[in-house]
Write a protein that binds this ligand. Sequence first.
Ligand SMILES: *Cc1c(COP(=O)(O)O)cnc(C)c1O
Length: 360
Amino acid sequence: MYDRVFNFSAGPAMMPEPVLEEIRDEMMNYRGSGMCVMEMSHRSAVFQTIVDEAEQDLRDLMGIPDNYRVLFIQGGATLQFSMIPMNLMKNGRAVYIETGAWSKKAIAEAKKVGEVIVAASAKDKNYTYIPDCSDLDIPADADYVYICENETIHGVTWPSLPNTKGHTLVSDQSSMFLSKPCSVSDYGMIYAGVQKNVGPAGMVVAIIREDLIRDDLTNLPVYLQYSTHAGSGSMYNTPNCWAIYCCGKVFKYLKSIGGLEEMHRRNLDKAQVFYDFLDQSQLFTGTVEKDFRSLMNIPFVTGSKELDAEVVAATKAAGYDNLKGHKSVGGLRASVYNAMPKAGVEALVDFLKKFEAQHG
Ligand SMILES: *Cc1c(COP(=O)(O)O)cnc(C)c1O
């Protein structure tokens, strides 16, 4: 009816259709309030219920322990690259693992705040694997160990978490958030920009252990202190009301399909379709070592820039949008987040098989 395409964008990305339909139905009059959520005071009782339910549903989905706070913060995942060192560096030094474009950006920002120790890097092989982090050299006074758990641009993911030797683990889960079950207590802080796997752009969900939230950072701009957001229920100023509302709907949707175990099962199934195709193809090659392949972002190449561009144009014309790789690495990339149906991946694979037959 709406003539929608299969959108393989790395973000903003697809939303579950039942969620979009609910939002459409509530657009002109949210549940008898006589207004759209976009038009609603963030101080109203009706909006407070939306925020409270969003937080509770996320807590239920992830099994977030009581000693963790859930914060909805603006500024995207990018602002967290600065807020994390500003708030969590007590001794002024932290360990970062360099696994791709997004951890590199986090490292660059943290260096402006304190000492950054890059304890492991995958730069030597162009970020196509996750380095062995079972026995890192971590100084005793390092404030935390930082990872990007799924590198959206390079398509690598951590098969298991690093051994932090008792140090606080901080993880950027932007492009894998809610794609599989997560043991929150393994982390000091998890954060995710929501536009990859959950909702509209412009907001981060930060899940942070209470003891990491300091109230002695009064020299920091107030908006950059986690304590400001924790102390005001994420409403120190006007929050991203629309994103909170849409994310809340996605949380409920995930609960309704069976939670993160079921979502993970579907994601494994879906990614398998694409990786099986790549592994038998004579034309297309996945760029990431098998053990570290992302379930969410799948970079691949033909080996020819001209042919890559031809694939992008041909797929777009056929209704498979946004397959161009990130400008920093080139090639092709299929992002197959939670909301991408298996049928979308199967249809794309069929198309690519035909393309290969014609260009082989
Ligand atoms: C997209 C992305 C970011 C940046 O998100 P913004 O909301 O645009 O700031 C950071 N980290 C990862 C892993 C991402 O995929």
